[in-house]
Design a protein around this ligand. Structure first.
Ligand code: AMP
Length: 282
């Protein structure tokens, strides 16, 4: 595995691979790897001749007062993991090599980015789209792999790929969880032992919503209220950011779960902001 920090070097090497007839699969990440990242890499490894993993804590997707500086980092451990899972390149650029001082071009998908996480993170998806497009261009990836934990992110990226005719196939992978149901996240290290003990209740609440929907409850408001009641009882350390029932592709809020429906949430626990989601009806 080669570790590259220079965007130009990444572009040149990937160009050579394409010229030799090789496909490229890309796994964009912010590092501090857990089994969710590993699953994306293992999957990407099966999809193409070459695998590029990017590790970049992208300043553009953090708003003022968010955890850019505190975001956990362990590049040595991460590079050992990426190498062991068959990455051909680990791309670890410095922010200054990805963004010129007077960087001025942004990619936005405003309709899909305004709800859910976009409500409390107004510049987040603009930063994500811009860096992901840059990574697509630099790696010239044929395939890119994302996690369903960040459901809104993958929906926005699919839309960007469609609208801009990007020659990249998007694949998503189910959320990898701890044995107690908590979605793996690099940010779980922020949790105190008390918060960690309660955090699986996020998933328990969502599972209750799914049970209700599958038992025939169609009213989104009733389903949502039952989750809020569950959390009020079992998740006292959690502070709700949002809990919404939306269409899985358009992300439009739904009043009923007659068709496909996704329940998505963000809950703050101490220093952590945890997200999760569940399909109420596929
Ligand atoms: P991050 O490093 O948190 O930006 O995540 C990089 C990629 O890993 C994104 O596509 C995430 O959706 C995905 N990912 C993060 N957590 C999980 C998880 N628990 N299961 C599966 N994929 C995940």
């Amino acid at each position: 595995m080669q570790i590259l920090t220079n965007p130009q070097n990444l572009m040149e090497l990937c160009r050579q691979w394409h010229a030799a007839g090789d496909d490229i699969a890309l796994v964009p990440t912010m590092g501090y790897y857990h089994a969710g990242h590993e699953d994306l890499m293992r999957h990407a490894r099966t999809l193409a001749h070459r695998m590029v993993v990017s590790l970049f804590v992208n300043p553009a997707q953090f708003g003022p007062g968010e955890d850019l500086e505190a975001y956990p980092r362990d590049p040595e451990r991460d590079s050992a993991i990426a190498a062991s899972l068959g990455a051909d390149i680990l791309f670890m650029p410095e922010p200054g090599s990805m963004y010129a001082q007077d960087h001025a071009t942004w990619v936005e998908v405003p309709d899909l980015a305004k709800g859910l996480c976009g409500q409390s993170r107004p510049v987040h998806f603009r930063g994500v789209c811009t860096v992901v497009l840059k990574l697509f261009m630099l790696s010239q990836a044929n395939i890119a792999v994302f996690g369903q934990k960040d459901w809104q992110q993958q929906a926005i990226i699919r839309c960007m790929v469609r609208d801009l005719n990007l020659p990249v196939r998007i694949e998503t992978r189910p959320t990898v969880r701890e044995a107690d149901g908590l979605a793996l996240s690099s940010r779980n290290v922020y949790l105190t032992p008390e918060e960690r003990a309660q955090a699986p209740q996020i998933r328990q609440g969502l599972l209750r919503a799914q049970e209700l929907a599958q038992a025939g409850e169609h009213r989104a408001g009733v389903i949502r209220d039952s989750v809020l009641a569950w959390w009020a009882q079992h998740l006292p350390l959690g502070r709700l950011d949002y809990l919404s029932i939306v269409h899985p592709e358009t992300l439009a809020p739904l009043d009923t779960t007659d068709g496909s429906a996704l329940m998505a949430c963000a809950v703050r626990m101490g220093k952590a902001r945890l997200i999760d989601n569940i399909l109420l009806r596929p």
